[in-house]
Design a protein around this ligand. Structure first.
Ligand SMILES: C[S@@+](CC[C@H](N)C(=O)[O-])C[C@H]1O[C@@H](n2cnc3c(N)ncnc32)[C@H](O)[C@@H]1O
Length: 358
C-alpha cells in the first residue's frame, strides 16, 4: 500500500469519526431540546449533560404525577424560562409537601442509578393494581389519629424524596429499584426509621442528647465547617429515615440567615422556618453539614406534613460523615460548587465561608 493511499484512508476515517461525533452531540441536544426553553441561553450552554438529565427527570416526574392526577407543584425551573412565563403558581393550596428550602428555590437531588430509559419504563409499568394501592393510601392518610412521624413510618412518604420532583404525597419511590410503593417496597421491604432518643426541650445540650446511638457529633471533614455528624456504627443503608428536624417555628427573617433553618412551605405563598439554632430545642440534625457536591451527598431532605426529614440516599459507611444537600441557593451562599454553575463565583474549597448574613 502506498503512503498516499494510507494517508487518504486515515483522513477519511478522521472525517467519519468527526461526523459521527457531531451526529451524537446533535442527538443529545435533540433529546434535551424541549428543556432548553426553561433556561437562559448562557446557563444552558454551560450546563453539563448530567445536569440536563436531572432536569429532564424532574420534568418527566412532574408530568407523570400530573398524569396520575396527584397534586404536584411544578418544578421551579419549569416556571421560569426564556419564553414569557406565568409567575410561579403552585398547583395546590393545601399544606403541600415538597422539598424544603433553607433558602432555596429548587431542590436538585441526586440522579438515580440505572438508565433513564429503564426508569421511564418502570414508571410506565406501574400497574393499575398499584394505582389502587395509592388510592387506598389516600384513605389511610385521612385517618387523623396518627402522628406525622407514625404516618411517615407507615406510609414512608418519601414521595417527597422522589429525586426529581419537588413534591409529593402518599407514595414512595424505592431508591434501590425505583418503583413506587406505599407501605413497603415488595422487593426491598419497609422503610427504616431511626427515631431520636426522647429528650425534653429546654435542656442545655438537648440537640446533642437527641443523637441516635451509633452516631457521633465531631469535627466535620469539611474544612472550617465546624461540627458535623458521623456514622460510627454499621453502614446506614439507602432508605433509612431521620427526623423530624426539631427547632422553633418562626416567620422571622433572621431565621433565614442563621444557617440552621429550613424553609417550610405551608401553602401558596406561605412559608415558615424551622429554626434549629437554639440547641435547647433543636435536635442533632442541626449538626448535619451540607454536601459540597453530588458525590458527597448521602442524605436528602424532604418535607412531609410540614416537617423536615432526612433520608439516606447513598449508603453511609462506618466512620463517614452524614451530609445533606441543602439546595442550590444555599449551597451557593456557602460557596459550594454544584455542577458547573458556580464555577466562576465559588471560592476554592477550604476558603473561610461565612454563614449567610442579612
Ligand atoms: C446546619 S449547620 C451545620 C452544623 C455546623 N457545622 C455546626 O458546627 O454547628 C450549617 C452551618 O454549618 C456550616 N457548613 C455546613 N456545611 C458547610 C460546607 N459544606 N462548607 C462550609 N460550611 C458549612 C455553615 O457555617 C452553615 O451555616
Amino acid at each position: 500500500m502506498s503512503d498516499n493511499a494510507g494517508e487518504g484512508r486515515a483522513s477519511e476515517k478522521r472525517k467519519e469519526q468527526k461526523s459521527r461525533k457531531a451526529g451524537e452531540s446533535s442527538k443529545v441536544e435533540d433529546e434535551f431540546k424541549e428543556l432548553s426553553i426553561y433556561f437562559p441561553k448562557e446557563q444552558w450552554a454551560e450546563m453539563g449533560a448530567w445536569e440536563k438529565t436531572r432536569y429532564r427527570n424532574m420534568k418527566q416526574n412532574y408530568e407523570f404525577m400530573v398524569e396520575l392526577g396527584l397534586p404536584t407543584p411544578k418544578p421551579a425551573f419549569m416556571c421560569r424560562g426564556r419564553r414569557p412565563q406565568n409567575p410561579i403558581i403552585y398547583d395546590s393550596e393545601s399544606d403541600e409537601d415538597w422539598t424544603p428550602k433553607p433558602l432555596v428555590k429548587t431542590f436538585r437531588p441526586p440522579r438515580k442509578s440505572g438508565s433513564l430509559k429503564q426508569e421511564k419504563k418502570k414508571r410506565q409499568n406501574i400497574s393499575q393494581n398499584e394505582k389502587t394501592v395509592l388510592e387506598k393510601a389516600s384513605e389511610k392518610e385521612a385517618s387523623e389519629n396518627q402522628t406525622d412521624t407514625e404516618k411517615l413510618e407507615k406510609n414512608s412518604d418519601v414521595g417527597t424524596r422522589i429525586p426529581v420532583t419537588n413534591v409529593v404525597d402518599l407514595k414512595t419511590v424505592c431508591e434501590a429499584c425505583l418503583t413506587f410503593f406505599i407501605d413497603e417496597c415488595s422487593v426491598h421491604g419497609p422503610p427504616v426509621f431511626i427515631k431520636d432518643p426522647i429528650v425534653e426541650t429546654g435542656q442545655e445540650r438537648r440537640a446533642a442528647l437527641t443523637l441516635p446511638p451509633g452516631m457521633r457529633i465531631g469535627l466535620s471533614s469539611i474544612p472550617q465547617a465546624g461540627l458535623g455528624v458521623w456514622n460510627e456504627a454499621d453502614t446506614l443503608p439507602i432508605g433509612v429515615h431521620f427526623g423530624p428536624y426539631d427547632g422553633r417555628i418562626t416567620e422571622e427573617e433572621e431565621a433565614a440567615h442563621n444557617g440552621y433553618s429550613w424553609l417550610i412551605t405551608k401553602g401558596r405563598n406561605w412559608y415558615v422556618y424551622i429554626d434549629g439554632k437554639d440547641e435547647t430545642n433543636a435536635n442533632w440534625m442541626r449538626y448535619v453539614n451540607c454536601a459540597r457536591d453530588e458525590e458527597e451527598q448521602n442524605l436528602v431532605a424532604f418535607q412531609y406534613h410540614g416537617k423536615i426529614y432526612y433520608r439516606v440516599c447513598r449508603a453511609i459507611l462506618p466512620h463517614c460523615e452524614l451530609l445533606v444537600w441543602y439546595g442550590d441557593e444555599y449551597g451557593k451562599e456557602l460557596g459550594i460548587k454544584w455542577g458547573t454553575r458556580w464555577k466562576s463565583t465559588a471560592p476554592p474549597k477550604g476558603t473561610r465561608l461565612q454563614p449567610r448574613s442579612g
